[in-house]
Design a protein around this ligand. Structure first.
Ligand SMILES: Cc1ncc(C[n+]2csc(CCOP(=O)(O)OP(=O)(O)O)c2C)c(N)n1
Ligand SMILES: [Mg+2]
Length: 592
């Protein structure tokens, strides 16, 4: 039997489970694991500048491609605690990442040793498994179980904490005969799918709410096929956006309080039946449940049994992987179609499409300072359907979801539930590592950008080019807007006179200089007509220098973005589109 350190065995298992990349930074307590990675030579390591950054890079890496599992590595103590936000974000959005931490030696764990902290206890509620491995011979099993859990059922993160002496201990392990454990994914039965389809057939105005579970299951094609077969309009959730292309005739718009379209909400409220697949009825999607559920029936398909009924009781629940359910939905719908037993939905589908062509928001503003809506119009012109967008939170992200277009699964990469400021830059870098051939465009408000800004240096060092659109209102804009309810504008201002940069006109931080200082390229625009040319220039700079390129757009400081407390009570702050020229890049042209 081959003998090796437990750390060598761990790395051998990572390789056999398909890991090719890791994100992290070493410290004394994790050096044996780094030594094992070095001996193995098969894992490309990206050195983060902040350990939280490494955890978000791992998440971006997972989200970019089906089957990927991002790995983040840090030492004992503060490295683990820094990655807690990453574990939260990953678990909240059902994204598997494997977090590996070093730890004090076993015999000193209870002696308040230097940088010894009970990270497994801290990470417990945020992971599918969090384990300090106390016995070296348990290391292979811990890693094997980690991959099994991350891939089974509702996906999510795992933390493995390795005491220093455990990493160094020699064990017997045979990498050649190692094999991954089978993955468990519940699948709907035919009887369940038949029942759900019967309920859909009885409805007059059905829609599908398509959640991120469809993207996790890599089942976007099946969703599209099923929607087309039954002519059912699709309302993607924020996590499901891209499962059906935005220019598809059955794309009905997103529904919600913030990241939503006017026509999406109107269609949801006009429906009498909702088939939710791989979604979790997030509160920013549903708003008040009385409004959301009144007058319509619900079927909920989810991979995690305890998700059924968590937010409200559906009329019927099915526990299934979204892909397995959709395969059967397609099969049964095909049979019914050839038997001529599918309802004619032409009028309803047409009605939904008409709402898309009439209920639009205005994007075309000529104002200086620039209104944010105009930025997304210019981005729609500059970036094609191949673009992967990465964003986190803020008015910037909300407006992006209202105005940008997404055409493919995994092309809207967003920390939907946790929304941790600072996620955007490292997540975008992780996406670049996972898929260097697809253009990546990140979008941040100025505050999101200032969190984890140091990670730009990682992009410069490892030549991870992407475009970072930074919309600068010198405000914690979303919080400023929500403080209107308290009649205050308190502790949300980021503006100051920068003694080194009078040219930023009182907007505070000189992001261009910071980005350049970190080895990236950066441009700043102040007029709407400059946005398009700057984005084109950014593409050239990115190709020439192979580093992140920041395009900072100086915005009007106070612009409120449409949002509300109920689906039927979303407040509009600007004039709506009335003519095609008001929303010139809308996918469905505005009917004049
Ligand atoms: C770690 C963390 N702290 C606080 C918040 C709450 N929060 C959400 S958006 C926001 C302000 C974002 O400002 P900015 O990035 O400039 O975007 P804007 O809304 O101005 O477009 C804050 C503080 C958060 N999401 N994450
Ligand atoms: Mg801001």
């Amino acid at each position: 039997m081959p003998r090796m350190t437990a750390a060598d065995a761990a790395v051998a298992i990572l390789r056999r489970e398909g890991v090719t990349n890791a994100f992290g930074l070493p410290g004394a307590a994790i050096n044996p694991f780094y030594a094992a990675m070095r001996r193995d030579g098969g894992i490309t390591h990206t050195l983060a500048r902040h350990v939280e950054g490494a955890s978000h890079m791992a998440e971006g890496y997972t989200r970019a491609r089906a089957g990927n599992i991002g790995v983040c590595v840090g030492t004992s103590g503060p490295a683990g605690t820094d990655m807690i936000t990453g574990l939260y974000s990953a678990s909240a959005d059902s994204i598997p990442i494997l977090c590996i931490t070093g730890q004090a030696p076993v015999a000193r764990l209870h002696k308040e040793d230097f940088q010894a902290v009970d990270i497994a206890a801290i990470a417990g509620p945020l992971t599918k498994m969090a384990m300090t491995v106390l016995e070296p011979a348990q290391v292979p099993g811990a890693f094997q179980q980690a991959f099994h859990l991350m891939r089974s059922g509702r996906p999510g993160p795992v933390l493995i904490d390795l005491p220093f002496d455990v990493q160094l201990a020699e064990i017997d392990f045979d990498p050649d005969t190692y094999q991954p454990l089978p993955v468990y994914k519940p699948a709907a039965s035919r009887a369940q799918i038949v029942k759900a389809l019967d309920m859909l057939a009885e409805a007059q105005r059905p829609i599908i709410v398509a959640g991120g579970g469809i993207i996790n299951a890599d089942a976007a094609d099946l969703l599209t096929e099923f929607a087309e077969l039954t002519d059912t309009p699709v309302v993607p959730t924020l996590m499901g956006w891209g499962a059906l292309p935005d220019d598809h005739r059955l794309m009905a718009g997103m529904a919600g309080l913030q990241t939503a379209h006017r026509y999406g909400n109107a269609t949801l409220l006009a429906s009498d039946f909702v088939l939710g697949i791989g979604n979790r009825w997030a509160n920013r999607h549903t708003g008040g449940l009385a409004t959301y559920t009144a007058g319509r029936k619900f079927v909920h398909v989810d991979i995690e049994p305890t998700q059924i009924g968590r937010v409200f009781a559906p009329d019927y629940g099915i526990v299934s992987d979204a892909g397995a359910a959709l395969r059967l939905f397609v099969e049964v719908a095909r049979e019914r179609k050839s038997a001529g037993r599918l309802a004619d939905r032409t009028a309803w589908a047409q009605e939904c499409r008409e709402r898309r062509a009439t209920m639009q928001r205005r994007t075309h503003f000529e104002n200086v300072p620039i209104k944010p809506q105009r930025v997304y119009e210019e981005m729609n012109r500059a970036f094609g359907p191949e673009t992967r967008y990465v964003s986190t939170i803020g008015l910037s992200q909300i407006a992006a979801a209202q105005f940008l277009h997404v055409y493919r699964p995994r092309h809207w990469i967003n920390a939907g539930q946790a929304g941790p400021l600072g996620w955007t830059t490292p997540a975008a870098l992780g996406v670049c590592v996972a898929d260097p051939d697809t253009p990546v465009v990140a979008l941040s408000g100025d505050y999101d950008f200032q969190f984890m800004i140091e990670e730009l240096a990682v992009g410069a060092q490892f030549n991870l080019p992407y475009i970072h659109v930074l919309v600068n209102n010198a405000y914690l804009g979303l919080i400023r807007q929500s403080q209107r309810g308290f009649d205050m504008d308190y502790c949300v201002q980021l503006a100051f006179d920068n003694v080194n940069a009078p040219e930023v006109g009182g907007y505070g931080v000189d992001h261009v200089k910071v980005a350049e200082g970190l080895g990236c390229k950066a441009l700043r625009v102040t007029e709407p007509g400059e946005i398009g040319p700057a984005l084109e220039e950014a593409k050239k700079l990115m190709a020439e220098y192979r580093v992140p390129v920041v395009v900072e757009v100086i915005l009007e400081r106070v612009t409120n973005i449409s949002m509300g407390t109920e689906l039927d009570n979303v407040v509009e702050f600007e004039d709506l589109a009335e003519r095609r020229e008001d929303a010139p890049t809308a996918v469905v042209a505005m009917l004049d």
